[in-house]
Design a protein around this ligand. Sequence first.
Ligand code: COI
Length: 365
Amino acid sequence: MQHSRFPLTPVTQSRLAQVDFDNLGFGSTFSDHMFSMVYEDGAWTNPEIMPYQALAIEPGVAMLHYGQTVFDGYKAFRGEDGQARIFRPDRNASRLHDSCQRLCIPIMPLAELTEIMLQATRELIELDHAWIPSQWGHSLYIRPLVIGTEATLEVRAANRYRFLIMTSPVGSYFNNLQKGVSLRVEDRFTRAASIGGLGAAKTAANYAASLLPGAQSRAQGFDQVLWLDSNAHRYVEEVGAMNIFFKIAGRVVTPPLGGSILPGVVRDSALTLLRDWDIPVEERRIAIDEVIEAFRSGDLEEVFGAGTAAVICPVASIGYQDEIYSIAGTPPGELTLRLYDELTGIQYGKIKDRHDWNQYVALPD
Ligand code: COI
């Protein structure tokens, strides 16, 4: 084990024996330990690793009322070679930094945040290595969270914060690589404002805004929402909590990052792989009419979502204005499957990590 840097209070009794690794679901089980740091009197202090536990929070804490909270998510995978691979955590540190800045959270400089996040993640993984699932498709999901903890009802940035990193053994977010998901195009509610809003930040408000349309979609028999822009309700933005890709007549199109869309790490990885493979890629606005038009002309070859939780998720059908458009062929499409296989291959150590995306932690036997 490498030298640990943060003070540690270990659990007196591990909860590991209670975990049903065959029925993990997503994010309902938390590993024994978490990392914690506090911000007070203008400085980030007290980094430590402690048992995962309830927080004592006053009801008057502004974060509970006004939503000054950001999070991120990345994964560690158990490789057959006895190493855990953490997939691109530096990108998540950078996005967490951006999210904090947008939410007016006085985060530490990026280099320091990255270093602390990586070190804390390594120490958590070493300590709770037995919590990393071994089944293919399963992983240890790592969830950093920054919350304002000052009790005040004034609408302003808090002067006290807590930075936590918890980990959770997870199964696949959707169990549907073969079936694909059905989408309903949401043309009334939006996930985030197209210009000047919070869409690019990983913050609670965007997920809160998605709950009602998500529930309405499920009540109508759809799995996920396909989000449109908030101005014209015309341009495709995201799918559920993922980035969206369309393969149209041999070219892959995905909406550009422009402030309203989450800069997904898997989105970036998929774009890199597609470019490696010389597949034409376009990051550009795509109207829902263009998607329907491509469907009608037979040019819409594949549709898939990309995200940390689901990795690559095939889309089987799109419901828009009382019509259901079933994407050709049986999911997953050829390119969708190629991306899924390549990404998971890199994450589990079966395929060479040409871009140095993984960070490695040696696991005890
Ligand atoms: C992701 O897959 O990137 C997510 O953020 C999903 C999470 C909100 C469950």
